[in-house]
Design a protein around this ligand. Structure first.
Ligand code: ADP
Ligand code: ASP
Ligand code: MG
Length: 463
């Protein structure tokens, strides 16, 4: 076969059955883009999530898939997550021995989950007659900051991975973990962080593509567990995927998308349970696609946040700054903020903000400490909220999106409690009990429902 290479300068000869395994992306104009380096052997990073390796059968199935890529001539680096719900189970176990587990020890415990799956996967590949070597995050050179539970990758020094590849072996890396440059302690990258391990390694190794194998066929217009009529996206831009991931679409870890955008590394999200083409996360929509750009690409929802309301805050210059400085000093990330108009008679106002539920206790205790100094009346904590976000680059140039959205919410009987927007996103907060209905109503209102088949969820508990 002869295909024209992306730069249009030379034709590339691709021989034999190996072509089937090369990641090729066909755009709407019918031309091919190669994400491999012409005639050299391609390097691919494949990441398998927990549901793909939930049991011994899953491990063997994934091993066979990896072996096929290797036999087709690729150099393969694999990143693997802990089996099934192992990470959640380990967190529960830690909670049984201590109400507030020591963060260093919790990271040490959680990283054990990925060690189990990496070793089993290497054994299963060995059983298929190929050499595989497993490495912890630290051995693979994943260097991070020192914040336990949500460390950031600051450097990748994959010498041992390159050595393994040079020897013709498949390298298996434990996802979600690294080692702190300062403390030399083992760290974790935050829930869902194996995606980031995979993209960081792919960038450091100059891989052609990072494949994220999961339990659905790609990135859909909404979570298929909530919207069975969700449609699979052929491609999505880094920009839109960043907003979706930041708004709770956990199919990709936010940091992995940031990383991929920085290095312009294509991500292919696909199912480990099927051979279907998945979703490409890329810089720009393929040519021809932009003419018909959807107003809304996807809808994300999030049940992991809570709302704090500070009641009766004196409406004086500097008070909000004092409140949010104390929250920032504790390294707590907040999301939306709403301040009411102060009542003329009292000069008092209410300030509400949302934050991850896991930070709720910390934030309320900090606020209690400054209550006397600021003189507000009380604190309310509400963990029964849900957030829904519409994301789409097309909303930049289409007026009326908010009107359609809010009308759909009204019709579905959903009361909107908070609103925030970016250039390509509108988010609302509502009761968590209304959230799934709200997502389905918005999906229908923006004509996103698929008229063909229902979205398939192959595995996973959705935990
Ligand atoms: P893995 O264990 O493979 O990392 P995750 O559970 O982290 O898998 O992510 C996959 C899940 O993300 C899917 O099962 C689905 O429920 C959820 N999800 C949320 N939003 C989307 C979306 N827009 N498209 C696809 N999946 C989504
Ligand atoms: N095992 C970790 C988690 O459950 C990391 C991952 O799966 O990406 O969050
Ligand atoms: Mg995940």
């Amino acid at each position: 076969f002869f295909f024209q290479a992306e730069d249009g300068i030379r034709d590339v000869a691709v021989t034999g059955v190996q072509t089937c395994a090369l990641p090729i992306y066909q755009d709407n104009c019918g031309s091919f883009q190669f994400f491999c380096h012409s005639t050299s052997v391609g390097l691919i990073v494949q990441k398998f999530g927990g549901s793909s390796v939930a049991d011994a059968e899953g491990v063997k199935r994934v091993a066979a898939r990896i072996a096929a890529s290797k036999r087709a001539g690729q150099q393969v680096v694999v990143v693997v997550s802990a089996m099934g719900d192992t990470t959640d189970e380990l967190i529960d176990l830690a909670g049984q021995v201590s109400p507030l587990p020591n963060p260093r020890e919790l990271d040490m415990l959680l990283t054990a989950g990925e060690r189990i799956s990496m070793a089993l996967l290497a054994m299963a590949i060995g059983n298929l007659g190929l050499e595989a070597r497993s490495f912890t995050g630290s051995q693979a050179g994943i260097i991070t900051t020192s914040t336990h539970g949500r460390a950031r990758v600051i450097d990748v020094t994959p010498g041992r991975i390159q050595e393994a590849l040079k020897d013709g072996a498949i390298a298996i890396v434990a996802g979600f973990q690294g080692i702190s440059q300062d403390t030399k302690d083992i760290t974790t990258l935050g829930r869902g962080g194996s995606d980031t391990t995979a993209v960081a390694l792919a960038a450091a190794l100059d891989a052609d593509v990072c494949e994220i194998y999961t339990d659905v066929d790609g990135v859909f217009s909404a979570d298929p567990r909530v919207v069975p009529a969700a449609r699979k996206l052929k491609s999505v831009t880094y920009e839109e995927m960043l907003e979706l991931a930041a708004s709770g679409a956990k199919v990709l870890h936010l940091r992995c998308v940031e990383y991929a955008r920085r290095y312009e590394l294509p991500i292919h999200v696909r199912s480990s349970f099927s051979n279907l083409e998945g979703t490409w996360v890329v810089k720009d929509q393929p040519e021809g696609g932009s003419m018909e750009q959807a107003i809304i690409s996807g809808i994300a929802h999030d049940k992991s946040e809570a709302k704090v309301t500070i009641v009766g805050v004196p409406d004086r210059t500097g008070v909000a700054a004092r409140i949010f400085q104390s929250i920032a000093d504790a390294d707590i990330n907040i999301d939306m903020i709403v301040q009411n108009v102060s009542a003329a008679a009292t000069g008092l106002t209410d300030i509400s903000f949302t934050l991850p539920k896991t930070e709720g206790a910390n934030a309320t205790s900090i606020l209690q400490k400054i209550q006397g100094e600021i003189g507000f009346q009380s604190i309310q904590y509400d963990d029964q909220i849900g957030k829904l976000s519409l994301v789409g680059a097309g909303m930049r140039s289409h007026p009326g999106v908010t009107a359609t959205f809010f009308a759909a919410m009204a019709q579905a009987g959903v009361n909107i409690e908070m609103i925030s927007t970016s250039e390509i996103r509108i988010s609302i907060v509502c009761r968590v009990a209304d959230l799934d209905n709200a997502v389905r109503a918005a999906h229908t209102a923006f004509d996103l429902d698929s008229d063909s088949s229902e979205a398939v969820v192959y595995g996973g508990s959705g935990r």
